[in-house]
Design a protein around this ligand. Structure first.
Ligand code: SF4
Ligand code: SF4
Length: 423
């Protein structure tokens, strides 16, 4: 019988034991710098951090590497150890990942598009590549490269991917305009995986949502072609409370399993971008969150050993996990016109890279998000951001500065408080 690529139970425990020894060995030179007790303290922090990943099924890659968690680079890649040292050794800690939009060009008309109201002007190619190099050299180890539709601006996509080969690189794409040559090139440029939007189990509903007939089949075909080319694959799925309450998660998970996907990222809908004024029915929201969290636990257990890994944002961003890690804590976003944002779902800019250096925008952002906290900024500030909308997103730094000052961030996130790495 074929060995499953998903690992649970005792083999997962043994893997974590081996990995802990591997990390201790990898960072052994730190004994000289930190002293024995400092070194042991660092290992204790590493163990607290990796305990979060243990809540996920382990994924064995054809390369022999392992994914502990969707958001963490594969082990034992260089990108993994960069991400670990981001948290364990750098003071202040660096973010692990960036969502990098390189174009707004897209043929779809999704109503929830978070960049649907953004400035469509792209950063000039040269400046974009310069920014990519700067982020790479700064130590950003995990990249989600996206559009718009990145395949429609393939020369820009290639320019980005060339600079970050070997890091953890995912491409978010609808598959629109994919060709065998483009897919072969993604594999050549060592893309780790691709994610494509699938918002319902049937084509009609999905195509009505995207506004493009055939988009559901196009995404599935694209994922299948990328899998054949050796990349990991997954769905990006946005479900409102109503489909979650009526069993929608299982339907999506079955579809993803049928199509041999590795991940399903379940995204909770947010009032941002084109959905800035959307009135979601929140009467049964808590119940829907509980269902999504329970599904995450089940799809990461041996009960669902052969199903894809579910990574539900409401679980990953809960106080027991990482809370809200935007603003360069773990992640941030760069829009196609060069706006530095705390998260793709927060239409606030900390500076435009045509006007300021990355260092300036980044420091402004880090000062605003000095300590990781529990409150979800995308929800907390949604109404204020929408009220300040003046024809284009993201809101400029002059407005951001005031809005961010008065936000309610909630309690510091427990895991990072225990690790004591943010002061
Ligand atoms: S959500 Fe993605 S696919 Fe949909 S319109 Fe926006 S960029 Fe295009
Ligand atoms: S703002 Fe925070 S909680 Fe919301 S999606 Fe971004 S990281 Fe997650």
């Amino acid at each position: 019988m074929k060995k499953s690529r998903f690992i649970t139970g005792l083999p997962k425990v043994l893997f974590y034991a081996r990995m802990s020894l591997g990390c201790a060995w990898r960072f052994r030179s730190e004994i000289c710098r930190l002293g024995l007790s400092g070194y042991l303290g660092m290992l204790r922090r590493a163990s607290k951090f990796t305990r979060l990943f243990f809540k996920h099924k382990l994924l064995r890659l054809p390369s022999g590497e392992y994914k502990l968690d969707f958001y963490m680079p594969r082990y034992p890649s260089e990108a993994f150890f960069t991400a670990m040292s981001d948290k364990l050794l750098c003071r202040p800690p660096r973010p692990v990942s960036v969502v990098f939009s390189m174009t707004k060009t897209c043929s779809f008309r999704c109503p929830h598009c978070y960049q649907g109201l953004d400035d469509p002007r792209e950063l000039p190619l040269e400046r974009m590549v310069e920014v990519v190099r700067e982020l790479r050299d700064f130590g950003v180890a995990a990249w989600a490269v996206e559009g718009g539709e990145p395949l429609l601006r393939f020369e820009r996509l290639e320019a980005v991917l060339r600079e970050i080969q070997g890091l953890e690189v995912w491409v978010n794409s609808t598959g629109f305009s994919a060709t065998p040559e483009k897919i072969r090139r993604l594999a050549e440029l060592r893309v780790t995986g691709v994610m494509s939007s699938i918002h319902s189990v049937g084509p009609a509903e999905h195509d009505a949502f995207t506004g493009v007939p055939g988009s559901w089949r196009g995404s599935l075909q694209f994922l299948a072609d990328c899998k054949r080319a050796g990349m990991l694959t997954g769905f990006n799925t946005v479900l409102t409370d109503e489909p979650i309450l009526s069993g929608g998660i299982d339907g999506i998970m079955n579809l993803a399993k049928e199509h041999d996907c590795d991940y399903v990222q379940l995204i909770h809908p947010k009032m941002c971008g084109r959905w800035k004024n959307e009135n979601f029915d929140t009467t049964r929201h808590e119940e829907a969150v509980k269902i999504a969290c329970a599904a995450q636990v089940r799809y990461n257990s041996s009960k669902e050993k052969h199903a894809p890994i579910l990574t539900a944002q409401v679980f990953e961003e809960s106080p027991e996990m990482l809370g809200c890690c935007c603003g360069g804590i773990d992640r941030f976003y760069i829009g196609c016109s060069g706006e530095v944002q705390p998260c793709e779902f927060v239409n606030l800019s900390f500076g435009n890279l045509n006007e300021v250096s990355f260092g300036t925008a980044y420091s402004q952002m880090r000062r605003a998000f000095a300590v990781p906290c529990e409150n979800w900024i995308c929800c907390e500030l949604a109404e204020e951001i929408a009220a300040a909308f003046d024809g284009q997103y993201p809101l400029p730094w002059s407005v951001t500065e005031t809005l961010i000052r008065n936000r309610r961030s909630g309690k510091p996130t427990e895991i990072y408080r225990k690790m004591g790495i943010y002061q």
